[in-house]
Ligand binder design. Sequence first.
Ligand SMILES: Cc1ncc(COP(=O)(O)O)c(C=O)c1O
Length: 418
Amino acid sequence: METSAVFLNAATTIGGGFHRHTTTASLLSRNPYLTTPFSFLPLNKLQHQSRFNLPNTTTTTCGTNIAPAVGVNSPVSVPSDTVDIDWDTIGFGLVHTDHMYTMKCSLGGSFSKGELVPFGNIELSPCAGVLNYGQGLFEGLKAYRTEDDNILLFRPEENAKRMMMGAERMCMPSPSVDQFIQAVKATVLANERWIPPPGKGSLYIRPLLIGSGSVLGLAPAPEYTFLIYVSPVGNYFKEGLSPINLIIETEMHRATPGGTGSVKTIGNYAAVLKAQGAAKAEGYSDVLYLDSVHKKYLEEVSSCNIFIVKGNSISTPDIKGTILPGITRKSIIDVARDEGFQVEEREVTVDELLDADEVFCTGTAVVVSPVGSITYLGKSVSYGSHGVGLVSQQLYSSLTRLQMGLVDDKMGWIVKLK
Ligand SMILES: Cc1ncc(COP(=O)(O)O)c(C=O)c1O
């Protein structure tokens, strides 16, 4: 197998030019998120290939070569060819890739250097802070392969900044923005052969920050681990921009004022499983949460933000501590304004939601997901005869074309790795 040395100090390039686009038929595909949200698939043929052939198919020197987190310049030898798998059926589940990134630091210290190591299990004390007290954060972003074989990241500095904010809330040290971005670049380049071909999906990047040190009494852990693993994922909109059906949860809440709803801490996700599971059992795609004080203002869905459309006006709940400040949300607001919509971040009531022309959700995983119906207190309202709203289509098309490098990046959001 042919190999090539990759130097992990990839250049950051910011482009120019941004255009309004209409949805193409090829982008209309079904949303597998509705059936397998963040599922970790059982080992399939691909994963066996990855596990068992790895020693023969990669010539990596990772694990012995320490890659400094900033200004990474250690050569890592990786195979240059793309893995041979059926990209059309890949879906959204974990596929074991070649390498992961890891970097440690002690409480009160700062992260200094990380390394790429073979993807695999990590060892933790049963007394680790993350296992006992949930001291942990995660992030999610994607890398896309372009037709001219470049690799694009979408606003990775926003993920870095969000992790820093979350770390402050969870009493953890965090990597700097530069360390975060360099580590993401290094991990993506070291797993380059797992990035799907253009239009077939993306490499999902999952940075984690966990309290890995042992702590018995309730206190911050004495040691922290920053880790990044990646997995190729298919397009969420696989066979159509299929609208999702949401139910408004009136008993359980995702977040409360003063809590941790605005950071991507791991406990926020375990906390929504019960309501989400009940909703799915009744045939809904997911749960929409209301504010826990008045129970009348929209917050967000389990893992994505929500927007309503009325005429030329688009509204989304404002950021005030109980919803995650989504990077897709922030981007869609800018894209929509650029395309002539009036966009408001404000309190949005259930009544307005039920009276909207169109509703859609945003997130890294779902990108832009149209909502077909909302059920509230036993009554359902549907939008656009369960078809895909024009505004959702337009914004989905604009954002994905930008993320995939199909239009000029006048926003300066794209980071090129080559
Ligand atoms: C609770 C929650 N809200 C919103 C989002 C969307 O955020 P982003 O657009 O940054 O992926 C996510 C996704 O991670 C999430 O977990």
